[in-house]
Design a protein around this ligand. Structure first.
Ligand SMILES: [Zn+2]
Length: 292
């Protein structure tokens, strides 16, 4: 009988050994193939990385800075910031000074014992320089509002904006020994004169470390029809319910009404529990929304 015989077991052993050998051979072939595929993939990745590196090198070698980025090499400030707590705080800001009104504004601020921010323009008279120094000496912030304040000129190009900015920066620095770090765009960061260029100006000024501030409350005192009453009402109403207020007001000769209501405005906001402070680059900015 074959089954169960010695011969049968011999054949069985041979068959099992053959099956094991065949199985091992197939597995080995399979492993070699996988390994080959893996090596191919690694090679492909290495080639891709090399190509990317070459591309990056090419980009770095050929990427020239934009012309205006190389201009005014000293027009940079340290952009390191530590945001301060601005809750329940009013930041009064006065644009367009120094002016015949600056002294009155400063006296009110002193009397009320509060600090504020002046975004000044390029006025080079003796009196005006004295006022710039007084703003700084009395502990307020002096910021940039442009030299010329001529919308069509400053917003003609990034170069034009920088040129103007550099001029007022130097005037402030030479006059007060303070390097201004913050600024306000005439007309706000987004207006009909700069809409095609505001992204680029903001990007360039941010690259240089400067910080701009729009506003979220205003006495609307720039309007020709503004009266003392309307300025106070607008200022109070536009502040309503806000935790942090950056208030736009103006410091110029024909803004006597603003000066007139300033003490009442300060008292009104104080009575609502607000504290007052000056802007520094450590105050988180309020900026107009591009979608507005
Ligand atoms: Zn202005």
């Amino acid at each position: 009988m074959y089954f169960g015989s010695v011969r049968f077991f011999k054949h069985l052993i041979v068959a099992v050994v053959l099956i094991i050998i065949i199985f091992l051979s197939i597995t080995a072939a399979f492993m070699i193939k996988i390994n080959k595929n893996y090596k191919n993939q690694v090679n492909a990745l290495e080639i891709r990385n090399t190509q990317l590196e070459q591309k990056a090198k090419f980009f770095i070698q050929t990427c020239e800075p934009i012309d205006y980025q190389t201009k005014f090499p000293n027009l940079y400030v340290n952009a390191v910031r530590h945001w301060v707590d601005s809750s329940n705080t009013v930041y009064l800001t006065f644009d367009d000074g120094p002016s015949e009104r600056t002294e009155e504004v400063l006296d009110i601020l002193k009397e009320k014992n509060i600090k504020a921010t002046f975004f000044v323009i390029g006025k080079e008279g003796y009196e005006e320089k004295q006022l710039m120094r007084k703003i700084v000496d009395e502990g307020h912030t002096i910021g940039i509002h442009t030299y010329s304040h001529k919308y069509k000129e400053i917003y003609a190009s990034v170069e034009a904006y920088l040129e103007d900015f550099n001029k007022i920066y130097n005037l402030i620095y030479e006059t007060t020994n303070v390097k201004p770090e913050i600024f306000r765009f005439p007309g706000g960061s987004i207006n009909i004169y700069n809409e095609s260029i505001n992204y680029e100006i903001v990007a360039e000024m941010t690259r240089r470390g400067f910080t701009y501030y729009d506003w979220n409350a205003t006495g609307a005192d720039a309007s020709n029809s503004a009266t003392a009453n309307s300025i106070l009402t607008n200022a109070v109403n536009s502040s309503g319910g806000k935790d942090k207020i950056i208030m736009l007001l103006h410091d110029s000769q024909n803004k006597g009404d603003t000066v007139e209501i300033l003490p009442a405005l300060i008292d009104s906001l104080k009575s609502k529990g607000y504290k007052f402070d000056k802007l520094t680059r450590n105050v988180k900015p309020i900026a107009f929304n591009y979608s507005e």
